[in-house]
Design a protein around this ligand. Structure first.
Ligand code: FMN
Length: 202
């Protein structure tokens, strides 16, 4: 490919995807049809605990994140797994039809899963919109905005003053002073050029 970075020009937003029992940050969301109950597709890594939950559940909710969202929400939902922490104890949510919606969001879309398509690493879940609401009519955060501002806004705690390297694609964090050139993200399998270095002073 001559220059794959052109794919970064695809406009994507920032969402908390939840289902019963868990949730994670996603940017790969697209409305793929119109009408009263449009179809919404979301791509979820197979490594994510949320993927396992979605294969057992029939519904998901997308909470839409605004420009001024507390970055702690992105850190908790996007850089941690529900396998290790209870995200709902750390971030305020409200229960809507049995699924958690993030309080600090612009609104939500509730979808019923009608189909899914798999490749090696991801499952594309296709949902039919069955409920939606707007809490705040403000500007939504784009994935590009997140990429531009994450260094100043996300503070990663680390032990022994090690350097944190954050995967730009999935939020995976590698701790170590040097990121090996041949390092491949164990979660989303992108190469080391997709990592951003964050020096930590504690
Ligand atoms: C900015 C950002 C965008 C992300 N986009 C996606 C995405 O579109 N799909 C996905 O499966 N994971 C995405 N992730 C990664 C998951 O949110 C992350 O792996 C999370 O820790 C999974 O949690 P879980 O194991 O509890 O499901 C993104 C993370 C960040 C920080």
């Amino acid at each position: 490919m001559k220059n794959k970075t052109i794919t970064r020009k695809i406009t994507q937003g920032m969402y908390v995807l939840t289902t019963i029992g868990g949730g994670c940050i996603v940017d790969s969301v697209s409305q793929i049809s119109a009408g009263e109950n449009p179809l919404i597709a979301v791509s979820v890594m197979k490594e994510n605990y949320t993927n396992q939950l979605l294969s057992k559940n029939s519904r998901f909710i997308l909470s839409v994140l605004g420009l001024d969202v507390d970055f702690e929400i992105i850190k908790v939902f996007g850089m941690n797994s529900m396998r290790d922490i209870n995200k709902f104890e750390l971030i305020k949510t409200n229960d809507i039809d049995g699924i958690s919606v993030v309080n600090d969001s612009l609104g939500y879309m509730e979808c019923e899963i009608i189909d899914s398509i798999e490749n090696d690493t991801h499952t594309l879940f296709i949902g039919k919109l069955i409920e939606a609401d707007v809490f705040l009519d403000e500007e939504a955060m784009s994935y590009n905005y997140y990429q531009k501002h994450k260094d100043e806004l996300i503070k990663i705690d680390t032990e022994n003053k090690k350097t944190a390297w954050i995967c730009n694609v999935c939020g995976y964090i590698y701790y170590g002073d040097v990121l090996p050139d041949d390092f491949v993200c164990p979660k989303c399998f992108v190469s080391s050029d997709n990592f951003t270095k964050q020096e930590i002073k504690k």
